[in-house]
Ligand binder design. Sequence first.
Ligand code: BTN
Length: 270
Amino acid sequence: MTPIAEPYDDPIDSESIRAALSTTAMVRRIDYLATTRSTMDDARRAAAEGAPDGTLIVADEQSAGRGRFQRTWVSPPGVNLYLSLLLRPSPEVASQLSMMAPLALARALRRVADGRGGLVTIKWPNDVRMGGRKIGGILIESSLAQDGAEGFSIVGIGVNVNFDPVEFEEIRDTATALLGELGRPVPRLQLLAALMEEAEELYLALGEGSAVREEWASMLDTLGQRVSVTWGDTVYEGVAEGVDDGGGLLLRLPNGSIESFSAGEVTLRG
Ligand code: BTN
């Protein structure tokens, strides 16, 4: 679809974010920043200062937004969602956040997608795609409890909402945004509210021992595909055959054997 031409005014601030969110069982504190380097750094600082489980940091713009493997996350002002959620989960729950977060985002995008929700998929492990192009990314940074300091996980989420990725050379060929997919702008707070509602439901369910793996795996567009997995200097070619209990990718190699890769270690193309 062709994006609309006029600029769309979609301001956010602390008050409007607080009014939009009803997720008080998960989000205990909200910090809004008009501009920052990266909400990941802000969340890390907040964690060190003892911020509570459920501290949500939302920025309108990031000057040094980052993705997995130190890639840049394009973060212009006024158009997209950039947030980090500081959680202090049990180790069992922490190990499932890399499935929970993309699933929450995929569910939220489906809710706002005007019947085009079927286009939303997840590329293993946690890229969220629409029509086969990346629309959202998840970055999780965790610190184990040590020397009396409490452990924490920071779930960073970036979503391309009302911008045109074509304007940014580094993502022009691979990214998309809701604006282009739906042919209309989407109020960021509507998407943020849906995202937090889905995340809260899944997070509380995880705390009660439920698993998210099955639903997450059902949305993976990677399975059955021929892919190449880069692990350090080694590239493995094979067919993505499934995922293991921890969400690791099971790759069928040309010699018939199966190799398992965990999400933090590899990049995947295919
Ligand atoms: C990826 O796909 O590689 C992950 C992208 C994560 C981007 C978000 S935007 C909010 C938070 N702050 C950052 O600097 N990164 C994450």
